[in-house]
Write a protein that binds this ligand. Sequence first.
Ligand code: MSK
Length: 655
Amino acid sequence: MAEVKKDKGPKLADPIESTIDLATQEMITRSHKLGVETVFDRALNMKQCNIGLQGICCKNCAMGPCRLPLPKGGIEGEDTRKGLCGATANTIAARNFIRMIAGGAAAHSDHGRSVAEVFMAAARKESDAYTIKDTEKLLAVAPHLGVAVTVEVDGETLDRDIDEIALEVGEKALNEWGKADGELLYLKRAPQPLYEKWEKYGVKPRNIDREIVEIMHRTHMGVDQDYKNLIKQGTRACLADGWGGSMLATDLQDILFGTPYPLQSEANLGVMKKDHVNIIIHGHEPVLSEVIVAVAQSQEMIDYAKSKGANGIQLGGICCTANEMLQRHGVPTAGNYLQQELAIITGACDAMVVDIQCIFQNLANVAKCFHTKLITTHPIARMEQENVIHIEFNEHYALEDATRIVKMAIDNFENRDADVMIPQHKSAQIAGFGVESIKYHLGGTFRGTYYTLNDNIINGRIRGIAGVVGCNNARTKHNEHHITIIKELIKNDVIVLSTGCSAITAAMHGLLTPEAAAVYCGPGLAEICETVGIPPVLHLGSCVDNSRILLAATEVVKAGGLGNDIADLPAAGSAPEWMSEKAISIGHYFVTSGVYTVFGGTLPTFGAPVFQDYLFKEMEKMYGGMWDVTEDPIEHAHKMIAHIDKKRKELGIDK
Ligand code: MSK
């Protein structure tokens, strides 16, 4: 990224070179005027280690770190690189890669576990703040966990009591993290041929925690030294994430808080309001923020805000807590991952409430320069800086906790400095899609009418399906690759399913409206979007909701006409600006569920070409999906389109 020229001190990021988003450009400029450093500046001043970047630095014991740089011009002849213990580049890269999977799977799955615990509190009626809201979803999910929804009495089939079902669903779900034998129950939701592949290659997860722990054991010094065997365990753990922890998180959240259906909202920093108390919620777990939304919308709190001179309370979200609040309540999205510091730099953020994951520690340093109360809420995610307030969330006292937080934000309104600058940029968005609503909007089924997804893929109006997901990365121009890739896909009649910060990015740039179809889509996709009134990019929620993409793909397979397995579909996955370990876990469960998946930028496999080849080529022979990577966003989109066309040809539906 280019820098702003100045005489001395750390370099400053050039706003126009840093992002394609106008609101972000304005706030970077303001940060420089106020002398507040952001991630965009730090990315200029902190050099990346090329060896670590390529995945070939081993720091798993104190004889190292052992660094195995790739010779200029690549490996000629035998690859003799090795660490002190003899570990090869392939072993080191595979160990590092699956440790990333362990980190990502642990994050998603621990999130799921927290939700399951709150679910149990609701099922036991131990909390005023939570009830089982979506009984229809409860009844749909129960059989997948082996919970009966009916009971036979004297030869008659009767509905079981909902409370009883909820309790048993909660118990069965919690058991998935640590059961002593068997396999994950949700694996059977996959198409049968995929399930058989997992069985054939011995990668069916036994329970969620065990697969993550086993990665830490196998990658300890002196244990597993075969990159194929290491990645096999990576596969088990990522499947425990996608078809386990993440899928359970999504299902239990839907049952507790309601299954999302499309609704209208807005996105970007311009959703903040100068004359309102602004509360920004940031992170991933919706269990506290659900209650904050309810409390902030109560008349009592609105009146209290007015008594302090504000015109109301404006909630806004960042990262995936934003997506959770958006998809169920229409709470507007204030920004994506790289905009978290900027929300405070507006000077109008009265409280930022954070839970877990993707939270910059530097938020505390930025908050120190303004009146913002920065509130951590989770026992596993605290900050060391003194200006951070910790209000630990307890599901049994959720209403009291949320009320305390909202009041604190309102009381802080009068401490605002006169220098407030909220960038006047925001876009309308339609969000809240899921398997249920995709089906509903496209003809009530996946196959058999003029509107259905399968029929329109078969007749070619829709060329294929792309899942475009994941983060921003300060090493890539903010938002540029997401938008370039998505626009290229929809221009070529590929419908996009999106989650996480990618979906936020699409919203900020106006791609989540039905009107975007006429402007950006090819004629086939435009016709469908205009006929049924959907955007060409469907927002499916947060990072754990990538499980919705797995289930949507499964429904498409089961509806017929497009092969027998996810790997047969004209579909591809993408993470244009990835940065987190969670992205690696998601990428690998996409691949091992049969999806060709392209990452933008770089992968920590470049330094171990044999291991990389295994991921990029051999995986396809086993699961039908494989990894790929490119720095060029147009090439990225066309790699996906070429794969979609290859699958259309194999299905005999190429035009
Ligand atoms: S929040 S993991 S930056 S998508 Fe889920 Fe965004 Fe990536 Fe965090």
